[in-house]
Write a new protein. Sequence first.
Length: 342
Amino acid sequence: MTTTQTRPRQETPREVRPHGKTPLYKRERPLWMLLPGGVLMLAVIVVPLLVGVYIAMLDLDQYTLRQWFSAPFVGLTNFVEAFTDSPLLHSIWISVSLSVLVTAVTVPIGVAAAISTQNRFPGRGLVRSIYLIPYVLPAFVVGTFFRTMLQPQGVVNTVFGADVLWLNGSASYWALAGVMIWTSWPFVYLLSLAGLQAVDNEVHEAAALDGVTWWAKLRYIVFPYLRGPLSLAVIISILHNINNFTLPFVLFGIPLPSSVEVMPVLTYIASFQSFRFGLSAAMAICSLVIVAVPLFVYLRAVKLDTGDDAGPTRKQRRADRATLDTAALAAPAAADIEGARA
């Protein structure tokens, strides 16, 4: 009987890319197509931001406005004054607390409204249209409407038999929070409804056949589909509520009560009533930094750049190069050993 000796198949190492050569995943991307968008971003975002930072370092007011960029340079004095001699810290607390409170209340309301209109029933289109009324109304109209209702002799005090000054004093905070909740929850409703449309009908049918309870269905089927849309809804709601200028401006007028002195209105007062343009620019830069914090957290959480077409990271490329170099050095020695065995 003849025995056949089979040699193990030797894997041919991949070609090692020379150092300094552009990787394939970069050479395939026509980066010049990003030029129009980059120019537009530079003109609309970067240049005004740099101009605002420069103005924040000038003593620019109604007396030096004609000089403009020749105004006296004061460095970080405006930033120091904004945090020490102005109510900026108080306004930051008011804006952030209002934004968090409104977002925490609107998310369950929006999700509940989306779930209530998910299944078909007579008049579902009408109900969905009614849900969108607070969202489509202009903020100026909403502010004027609630300003009339919250007067001392208005509808709210008449219906509840109360005598509360909603537009002045400590109650103003809760009045503004209630109005912002009324105008903000339809946005969460829209994104939640879009997330619910992604749930396959077969999943609902399988859950019904298995006798899944409504809470288990919400927890293990519906809520996982809403994780992405709700994350986007939360971050946009927080950013929108922090930067909300029209609603408190129209609802309370100028000057605002201390309990609702939000950052956008404070910046407006410093710029167009006190004519401290350098100080208002410093306040605006501080507001931009505060707004960038939740945005950065959101981008880090969802990791938008982890698609299939994304190239490997620098660490991964370094590890792959080391593996290929090791395989290339070990290949001749392995071939000599196999030849000696044969």
